[in-house]
Design a protein around this ligand. Structure first.
Ligand SMILES: [Zn+2]
Length: 226
């Protein structure tokens, strides 16, 4: 947790009343972040055959944990309705950013978990569509990779939610829910509140990746956030 907080901080030098002040700013503060929990609405996504854990459930649990962690860091979070088409989900997210916070979403992260016929297969993959998505894709990829230690890199192309509207958006596949070790941990390794420690671990990694992304955007010299 300490590591997350430290990596989520950016430092800035400010002149206040003629003297130099060392100030700490949180790059997530005030950012409007849209989250999507992949599948749901009658669609399971990938399913672990041995344990019956479904991707849709994992995706939702991560989004719920992530929302509370991001909100605690001062971000403004919207969750896309689990509508049946991806286009409708993005439209819902865009609508909520505008209605609730009066502006465009700063980023959209669609949470998924991968599937494979081999119950031993695992790996971390991030999917993006446009050039503007690459910095976010890289930060989330790097933050999520320790969950598996197996780098499946990036998929680039017109997948899912990343193709609609002009939003910085990525799809994350932090690990394979068809992996038996992961499914067992998701179901059985619970904290005192009954929440999966694997879900918490991923939500912490997502927060760290998003914080790194926004920190890099504000210090990148382009003044995008000004
Ligand atoms: Zn999926």
């Amino acid at each position: 947790m300490n590591k997350i907080i430290i990596s989520g901080l950016a430092f800035a030098l400010l002149f206040v009343g003629g003297s130099l002040v060392f100030a700490v700013t949180n790059p997530l503060e005030g950012k409007v972040i849209a989250l999507d929990a992949g599948h749901g609405n009658g669609e399971t996504g990938a399913v672990n055959k041995k344990y019956g854990a479904t991707e849709a459930d994992v995706n939702w649990d991560v989004v719920v944990a992530l929302e509370s962690k991001l909100t605690a860091q001062g971000a403004k979070v919207v969750i896309a309705e689990r509508l049946s088409t991806r286009r409708d989900r993005v439209a819902d997210a865009v609508d909520k950013c505008q209605t609730l916070y009066g502006r465009k979403c700063d980023a959209l992260v669609s949470i998924h978990h991968n599937g494979n016929d081999d119950p031993g297969h695992d790996g971390t993959l991030v999917i993006y569509n446009e050039k503007q998505d690459i910095p976010l894709a890289q930060k989330l990829h790097d933050a999520l990779l320790p969950l598996t230690g197996i780098d499946e890199g990036y998929l680039h192309g017109g997948y899912g939610m990343t193709v609609y509207k002009n939003l910085v958006s990525v799809i994350t596949e932090a690990y394979y829910i068809t992996n038996d070790e992961k499914a067992a941990r998701y179901l059985n390794d619970l904290n005192a509140d009954g929440i999966s420690n694997l879900v918490i671990e991923e939500a912490d990694a997502q927060v760290a990746g998003l914080a790194d992304y926004f920190a890099s955007q504000s210090s990148g010299g382009k003044g995008r956030n000004k």
